[in-house]
Write a protein that binds this ligand. Structure first.
Ligand code: BGC
Length: 244
């Protein structure tokens, strides 16, 4: 089945049509900038523009960088706080006539990895961690998702982990790759101490330049890279769009 998957991020909103039976992108990935300010109307219109670009009237699934309860946005760590309380599917339907499904972005990425990526054969506790504007997490037990875990906001060395180990933290605090890799290692080792996952799957746009930091990582637990890379968010969003 073909579904339009849309990944809403802190800087860009990206959409592509995905064959959800195998997690393969069927066409081009189209990106628009995340509106600033990101009001409810602006977000609905930006997502509608991605749907219109693909000339799409079929099922749509979206990943959102915050907690989502039955379509209603419940947090907005790195986006405008006015989004909290927005009924996202209703707003997008009002803008373009198509009603999407929406879930947390890291949950979407994790679902893609568990279905057709690095987590496919994994049982027990598995945590997907996405590194980008923020830090996203998806917690699985025997392949079943516990939705909306916000483990990127665990306190580490006295601050929100996102302030130390996200891509934004590296750029804004001008951290060397070595220092940032130390922060990321501390964070993942802390997750391991708390949850004892059998595997941590690492993904998100912030890990694209692996050659810059991989030698500095000191992770005391099993980990692997997301097979779908930064596309996991779109692929997983599409998979949830089938539930419409
Ligand atoms: C949000 C999470 C999100 C993550 C990645 C965090 O700031 O609180 O919900 O999954 O960023 O986008």
């Amino acid at each position: 089945m073909d579904v339009l998957g849309i990944d809403i991020g802190g800087s860009g909103i990206k959409g592509a049509v995905v064959d959800v039976s195998n997690g393969v992108l069927l066409g081009e990935r189209y990106r628009v900038a995340t509106p600033k300010p990101c009001t409810r109307e602006a977000l609905a219109e930006a997502v509608a523009s991605v749907i219109r670009y693909h000339n799409w009237s079929g099922p749509v699934g979206c990943g959102y960088p915050g907690v989502v309860h039955r379509g209603v946005l419940a947090t907005a760590a790195n986006l405008d706080k006015s989004l909290i309380g927005m009924d996202f599917p209703e707003a997008v339907q009002a803008a373009c006539g198509v009603k999407p499904v929406i879930v947390n972005d890291a949950d979407a990425a994790g679902l893609a990895e568990m279905a057709s990526g690095s987590g496919k054969e994994l049982r027990g506790t598995v945590i997907m961690v996405t590194i980008g504007t923020g830090i996203g997490t998806a917690l699985f037990y025997n392949g079943k998702l516990v939705p909306n875990t916000e483990l990127g906001h665990l306190e580490l060395h006295g601050v929100d982990s996102e302030r130390l180990a996200s891509e934004t933290a590296r750029k804004e605090s001008d951290l060397s790759w070595k220092k940032w890799a130390k922060n990321l290692s501390d964070y993942l080792n802390y997750l391991h101490a708390l949850f004892a996952p059998e595997m941590i799957i690492l993904g998100g746009g912030g890990l694209k330049k692996q050659e810059k930091f991989v030698e500095y990582l000191d992770i005391q637990c099993p980990y692997c890279w997301a097979k779908h890379g930064n596309l996991a968010g779109i692929i997983g969003a599409a998979a949830t769009g089938m539930q419409a």
